[in-house]
Design a binder for this molecule. Structure first.
Ligand code: 1CP
Length: 353
């Protein structure tokens, strides 16, 4: 089926577009009252992820309100640790938690062999239902966490402020850490390829916690595994390239090695000037980003001005996908998202003549 709007795919392949495509990390989520209603109906966040019809409903909600150029599968990166038997749960008002954690080399060795595509069949079901519902309106993004980011949650047992346990494990047991990351890289590869088989047209790897590492640890414990995954991804389906995007939050300092990872697109957070990133990337990849998500709390005029500034900073030519530098937060006024999306489309035409 041909896509009605393929400017997101074109921009990722650095092909000409009419205006800059835009989507938003966490575009389905708690800032939308309709999301909160569906989540309530589902019972819990995990029930919402596991019900293909409801996951489809919340994926579609932001597309009904806003002129986004892509849809993103509604799920979570923590489905993989859950599939490894760690027992993911969410406590009301708190972040994710695991019943079982990894603390020793033996814990890593004893992780079960998991057929990820079978164990996470509910995710593939959601992908097919969403693809059908989208009916070619915009491309669908599938995603996974990076091995390093998943490992931090599996060791810490949830979110963390300082990643003390995950880093201590890495420093004290580098071999066991590599074994864990290797198992996770295989799982992520199978997971993303299963999502592509089910209909995902782009895949993004979220390396949310890569940026907490030292430069040498980043290359050794995070980027190396993302490279391995990218090398083994399905590259073409339905007669089209399936582009991959790597997003390391706070990774601007390592842009050159990230650009060389083999990904088609590189996500940027707001701590790097996109003009500098463009210069350093040298046209080898598309760049995605990078408005500070907190900017969405500012006035509509200030949001529009910031969008204008980022577009001007990227300047002329293809290869830019507009996004936030990280996910939207729950207290944002939904009307401000329209200002953001419409400003990107209205102000970017001049850079694509
Ligand atoms: O209460 C609720 O409704 C749960 C809030 C929520 C939502 C809406 C969680 C729990 N996950 C999600 C959805 C989600 N998570 C998506 C959906 C698609 C979208 O619209 O973008 C995606 C892509 C994710 C990915 C994700 N989950 C990441 C990587 C991206 C990022 O934001 O950095 C991470 C780190 C997670 C873990 C996670 N899941 C949920 C929470 C609150 C967290 C963060 C925990 C922490 O470290 O404090």
């Amino acid at each position: 089926m041909s896509l009605k709007n393929d400017r997101f795919l074109k921009a990722l392949m650095r092909e000409p577009v009419d205006v800059t495509p835009v989507w938003m990390m966490r575009q389905a989520g708690r800032y939308l009252p309709e999301y909160r209603a569906t989540r309530k109906q589902a019972g819990s966040f995990l029930d919402l992820c596991k019900n293909a019809e409801l996951a489809c409903e919340v994926t579609m909600q932001p597309l009904r309100r806003y002129d986004f150029d892509a849809a993103i599968l509604f799920s979570d990166i923590l489905t993989i640790p859950d599939a490894f038997g760690q027992g993911l749960y969410f406590e009301e008002g708190e972040g994710p938690k695991f019943r079982k954690v990894i603390r020793t080399a033996a814990d890593v060795e004893n992780l079960p062999e998991v057929n990820i595509a079978a164990e996470l069949e509910y995710v593939m079901n959601a992908v097919s239902v969403i693809r059908k519902e989208l009916n070619g309106a915009v491309p669908l993004i599938g995603f996974s966490g990076s091995p390093w980011t998943l490992a931090t949650y599996m060791i810490e047992g949830g979110g963390s402020k300082d990643f003390r346990l995950a880093k201590q494990f890495m420093y004290d047991n580098p071999e066991a850490m590599h074994l864990l990351l290797d198992k996770l890289a295989d799982a992520v590869t199978d997971y993303l390829n299963a999502q592509i088989d089910a209909g995902a047209q782009v895949v993004q790897i979220f390396d949310t916690w890569g940026g907490i590492l030292t430069p040498s640890c980043y290359l050794e414990f995070s980027l190396a595994y993302m490279k391995k995954i990218i090398a083994n991804l399905t590259k073409e389906r339905e007669g089209r390239r399936v582009p991959s995007i790597v997003f390391t939050k706070n990774g601007g300092q390592w842009l050159e090695p990230i650009v060389a990872s083999g990904a088609d697109g590189v996500g940027l957070d707001w701590t790097i000037d996109i003009a500098e990133a463009k210069r350093r990337a040298g046209g080898a990849v598309a760049l995605q980003g990078n408005m500070d998500p907190t900017m969405l709390y500012a006035s509509p005029a200030a949001i529009r001005k910031e969008v204008d500034q980022i577009l001007a900073s990227y300047g002329s030519g293809p290869g830019h996908v507009f996004n936030l530098g990280h996910g939207i937060t729950p207290q944002v006024n939904p009307d401000h998202v329209s200002v953001f999306v419409d400003s990107v489309h209205e102000l970017s035409g001049q850079y694509h003549k």
